[in-house]
Design a protein around this ligand. Sequence first.
Ligand SMILES: C[S@@+](CC[C@H](N)C(=O)[O-])C[C@H]1O[C@@H](n2cnc3c(N)ncnc32)[C@H](O)[C@@H]1O
Length: 402
Amino acid sequence: MSISLEIKSGNLKEKIMKIDFRIEHIDPLGQGVFKSEETDPDSGEVKRTVTFIKKTLPGESGTAEIISSKKGVRFAKLIELKEASPERKVPECVHFNLCNGCDFQHTTYEKELEYKKLALTRHLFKFPEVPITVHGAARRLHYRNRIQLHYDKRKKLLGLLDEQQQILPVPNCLVIDPSIAFELRALYAENSWLQILVKEPPKGHIELYAKENDKREGHNVQRSINRHYANGGFTQVNFEMNEKLREWVKKKADQVIPPKAMVYDLFGGNGNLTAKFRNPTLVVDKYRTPPEANGHQKFYSCDLYDKSAIKSLIGLKNHGIPRPNWLIIDPPRSGLKNLNEFLAEFKPDGFIYIACQATSFARDTLSILKNYELQSIELFDLFPSTQHFETIGIFTRRKNNE
Ligand SMILES: C[S@@+](CC[C@H](N)C(=O)[O-])C[C@H]1O[C@@H](n2cnc3c(N)ncnc32)[C@H](O)[C@@H]1O
């Protein structure tokens, strides 16, 4: 490996460090991994370094520029490819090379799914071997019903944050639903977004989101400015795949959960996942969104990360709500660190854990395998073209844990 230090003309302090690389494999975050050894010329000590380079593929070689470096771990930006992988393809989106939103458009969808499955296998290396079933999406682009854009009025910039936290304009983003794309283009046209933000602070964010079942261009697209993510109520970002997921969860639930068993749908949002269940269900979420009338579901507002959450769920029996026999758990990316406490208290016959971050899934469920058996693992690709996916595990209580 050769390392060259370049000094930009006119600015001696601004050093750019370039490296030559060869990618070994793709890591769980969709980044190419390059491992190298360097010998310190003074001490003779051999130092091992791992460099992560986005938008590369196994076997590829080329030159990259170091963005950050700490204790043998580097992050670098691809500058030039010397040898391209036969798996490489031209990305459809013009923003792909600079944009931080997508990670896999430079290869086929089949390969993307293969890398995601491999990533999940790595996350679950401490688990007993259970085959992973992959549920791919029919559409790799044009699916996202929500986009959060950052703005800087002084710099007249609106877009997504890139790796260096700079705003990258994305007027032609291809992962968003056509109705959002229509609104997005309107915002960029002659910088019309600046007029909308006249009374807003100099920096902030705008969110565009579409309502389900309305695919007409620009119709029913909502806008929220400087509010928290999904301020108008949480919805899964991919309607088509959400439908597939919902159907799958319902089918599995009908197979494993007895018809009269009480289900608690924790982090249930508007009751999306259990909407079609036959079981009596209590949907628990911190943010209360007005549910559509649905006979079998009751809604309870509770901060499930609060210390008193379990106690307040226990107290529901005084209001005629039975304790749960099964749990559906669909937390935010940070997961549910004290899942074991919920299981110790309620001793459900089983639970279905749906995780949008595989690391949280592994952390939360590994410690409970003594009492619960992992029946199956699914990978649902709700976020094609990006590094993200949903991991779903079905767990049933072991006989020795009565
Ligand atoms: C990944 S979403 C799942 C929502 C729902 N299951 C669905 O399929 O639409 C996570 C949910 O957790 C909720 N949430 C976030 N923090 C929470 C907390 N501290 N306590 C309870 N719910 C929370 C959000 O409002 C959101 O509805």
